[in-house]
Design a protein around this ligand. Structure first.
Ligand code: PMV
Length: 323
């Protein structure tokens, strides 16, 4: 085949971050901001990667050297390891060109690394006709993330693959679609880029110092996630908002909220949101607020006045697909 292109959505964590790394459940939704990856044969039997969004042009590596180079620029590590894992699984060795394009800035914390990994693996599976199932795609993508980043629950990969809203248990032990017509959320960006691995390691150290207490916090977060799933089923948005506030309090106790995230969540609540919390690892990136139609513009203005940037995103987006 000459050229294959696939795209995968970014994600927003709704409930359960951090606890999900410790085998608890979370709720995640795919967003309508996508990353595209295209693959085509490289006649020189080399791997050539172009990723203009992260300033990578014509990066070349030999097929047999994939993943062996300590100098690989950070922005394309997921692509390089994704290729390596795909070729290894299917006993392939083939020169290939890869090009990636993103709808969104990698700064926002929508999961550009996971989306690019999923889009690339999907494009490869079509190009090489491997009949890879979604579950196999998840396993390949999860191995890739662990190879590059060392930590992570894989929730973002599941959102990229299946799309929609998912109930997800750490490592992909359970992945169940959750049905909701529309997520009435406002997303506020703090303007600060957070490093997920650093925050996950910070929580891990706290867990080592205070195992009993932190495990209890994780268990309470798990109860919030279970309750939130029930509320979605009953379309009880007010209670869902209350659960967001409780989840935010526990994330704060884990030490991952920041002054900016607090400012934005408090501004959202005091202007009439049903609830608000940080979304993702914390330390910066985004917060989300659950709002009625009547309060939406008030909440958006309050977030802006508190120093945030409102991002226009829709939740519940479709999963990975061929373009
Ligand atoms: O920073 P984000 O948006 O990639 O979210 C990280 C969520 C964590 O639970 C902290 C880590 C994980 O892999 O689940």
């Amino acid at each position: 085949m000459n050229k294959t292109e696939a795209s995968a959505p970014g994600k927003l964590m709704l409930f359960g971050e951090h606890a999900v790394v410790y085998d608890r459940p979370c709720l995640v939704t795919a967003v309508n901001q996508r990353i595209r990856a295209s693959v085509s044969p490289n006649p020189n039997n080399a791997v050539r990667i172009n990723a203009p969004d992260v300033n990578i042009r014509d990066y070349e590596v030999g097929v047999e050297d994939l993943g062996n180079n300590n100098q690989t620029p950070k922005g394309i590590k997921f692509v390089e390891f994704g290729l390596k894992n795909f070729f290894e699984k299917y006993h392939l060795s083939s020169g290939i060109n890869v090009e990636t394009h993103s709808d969104f800035s990698s700064q926002f914390g929508f999961g550009s690394s996971s989306a690019v990994t999923v889009a690339l693996l999907k494009a490869l599976s079509i190009q090489f006709n491997t009949n890879t199932t979604n579950q196999e795609l998840f396993e390949l993508a999860y191995k890739t993330v662990l190879d590059v980043q060392g930590v992570g629950s894989g929730f973002d990969l599941a959102a990229g693959i299946w799309g929609g809203t998912l109930y997800f248990v750490g490592g992909g032990k359970e992945i169940t679609p959750v049905s909701i017509d529309h997520w009435p959320i406002v997303v506020g960006y703090t303007g600060i880029k957070a490093d997920t691995a650093t925050l996950v390691n910070q929580v891990s150290k706290l867990h080592q110092r205070q195992p009993t207490i932190i495990d209890q916090i994780f268990d309470t977060i798990a109860s919030i996630v279970t309750k939130a799933k029930e509320c979605i089923g009953r379309n009880n948005l007010e209670q869902l908002g209350e659960l967001m506030n409780l989840n935010q309090g526990l994330l704060d106790s884990l030490g991952v909220s920041t002054q900016q995230l607090d400012n934005l969540t408090i501004a959202a609540r005091s202007s009439g949101a049903w609830g608000a919390k940080l979304s993702g690892a914390g330390g910066g990136d985004c917060m989300i607020a659950l709002v009625s139609n009547q309060k939406r513009s008030l909440v958006e203005s309050a977030i802006v006045s508190a120093g945030g940037q409102v991002l226009t995103v829709e939740a519940n987006a479709p999963g990975v697909r061929q373009e």
